[in-house]
Write a protein that binds this ligand. Structure first.
Ligand SMILES: [Zn+2]
Ligand SMILES: [Zn+2]
Length: 435
């Protein structure tokens, strides 16, 4: 089996652990269980274990604040909860050198983890390569009565989520919500969605984002596990080559003018999810529309346009995070994001898709059949940008213009790019019926 690093870095782990207190969460504390006011995205993915079917673990009871039997029972129970999903399997080993995960105990301060903060003050975990550890804090009243007592079962359950590559969810109901919370004693929907996105499984839901390849007729086929639950109708889906790594990223943000982050995904060769991007907080706001466009050098820019058509464009650094402000005064991006006279206003009519003679709109241009010429992804017009519609690739096949129609498929939104850097074009689709 191919070997891939579990976490890109400990820094990424820390960043994801520390960013769960943005304005979204504060505003959404009283939010209902579904709808646009629920914190989005539902989960964060830090990395992928290379061998989820055989994760070895062991206990180091040195300094344990509970009996060795109680320690083992808590860890076993927590591992069993994750294993019951059918996505991962654990195997106990005696030798710590053979263990992928070591559960052990530590006092409040230890140099090994000086850079980590305790998860709610009671436990933490991190990984180096495929080796992970979970530290429980010795000076905690484990299994005592609340409010002072903490549940070892709850702490173990949450930390194993990190070991499996899950970061902190912005959803307050999630087991992987940041910190220790005694009521978080089982896996919830966002936790399962994250697990299924990483390792497959789970049933299809209306908010799934499907990762597809196209055959020579332009027919989509599922390429890997869908990205579960990340693309409700208020989310814009786009692809862009934002970082210095081969392969494009999937970028997602709210299009309903709510405060929200930039979120997305990176992919491994073979189109498995490597990790999620962000969430980078504060990207979308009620007073502006957020769009993605490319300049003449195919460089992507996020453009924010306020109600008076005034624009700000932001580029991406080598890690793919939004950083550089667009320096020039004149803007000329695709989709009609143009300010030709440099007066700071997007020229009318603003963003649009090219319309073909038959009335269909161009959603993408890319060489899908591999003949070296760009084909066109056309779709019927619909009242809302993300209503269901018929998509069809138009191929060149030796003609000067893309005109040979491929298979028709139905979806709400489709974005295409080479996601895994293999030189072929893949796509992501919302509302795809799998046909
Ligand atoms: Zn530690
Ligand atoms: Zn945590």
């Amino acid at each position: 089996m191919r070997h891939v690093p579990l976490f890109v870095s400990l820094l990424a782990f820390l960043a994801a652990c520390g960013d769960d207190s943005g304005p979204d969460q504060a505003a959404a504390m009283e939010a209902p269980a579904a709808g646009p006011n629920v914190p989005w995205p539902p989960y964060v993915i830090l990395g992928r274990r290379a061998d989820p079917e055989d994760i070895t673990w062991t206990l180091d009871p040195k300094g344990s604040a509970v009996t060795p039997e109680r320690f083992e029972e808590a860890v076993r129970t927590a591992l069993a909860s994750w294993q019951q999903t059918g996505c991962v399997r654990f195997r106990q080993v005696e030798d710590a050198q053979e263990a992928d995960v070591v559960f052990s105990w530590h006092g409040e301060n230890h140099r090994e983890c000086a850079f980590l903060s305790w998860d709610g003050g009671v436990a933490h975990s991190a990984a180096r390569g495929d080796r992970a550890f979970v530290h429980f804090r010795t000076n905690v009243d484990w299994d005592g009565a609340p409010p002072d007592g903490c549940s070892l079962d709850v702490a173990a359950l949450h930390e194993i989520g990190h070991v499996l590559g899950l970061g902190h969810s912005p959803r307050r109901d999630a087991l992987m919500y940041g910190g220790y919370d005694r009521s978080h004693d089982r896996l919830q929907e966002p936790d399962l969605q994250a697990l299924h996105t990483l390792y497959g499984g789970g049933g299809d839901g209306p908010n799934d984002l499907h990762v597809v390849t196209f055959d020579t007729e332009g027919r989509p086929t599922a390429a890997s596990a869908p990205l579960r639950g990340v693309a409700p109708s208020f989310v814009q889906v786009a692809t862009a080559e934002t970082d210095s790594q081969p392969g494009a990223e999937v970028l997602l943000w709210r299009r309903d003018r709510h405060i929200g982050p930039l979120f997305g995904f990176r992919f491994l060769p073979g189109l498995q999810v490597e990790k999620s991007i962000g969430p980078v907080p504060g990207i979308t706001r009620p007073d502006r529309a957020t769009l993605l466009g490319h300049d003449h050098n195919a460089r992507p820019w996020m453009v924010h346009v306020n109600n008076a058509s005034r624009w700000v464009a932001v580029g991406f650094d080598e890690k793919g995070l939004p950083t550089d402000r667009f320096a020039g005064s004149r803007l000329e991006l695709d989709h009609g994001l143009v300010d030709q006279d440099g007066d700071g206003l997007i020229d009318s009519p603003g963003p649009h898709r090219t319309v073909l003679p038959d009335g269909r709109e161009v959603w993408a241009r890319a060489d899908v059949d591999g003949d070296g010429k760009a084909d066109v992804l056309a779709a019927s017009a619909a009242p809302d940008p993300q209503d269901p519609r018929d998509f069809q690739w138009l191929f060149t096949r030796g003609h000067p213009e893309p005109s040979i129609g491929g298979a028709i498929f139905r979806a709400c939104a489709v974005a295409v790019a080479d996601l895994d850097g293999d030189g072929r074009i893949e796509g992501v689709a919302t509302g795809w019926d799998g046909k």
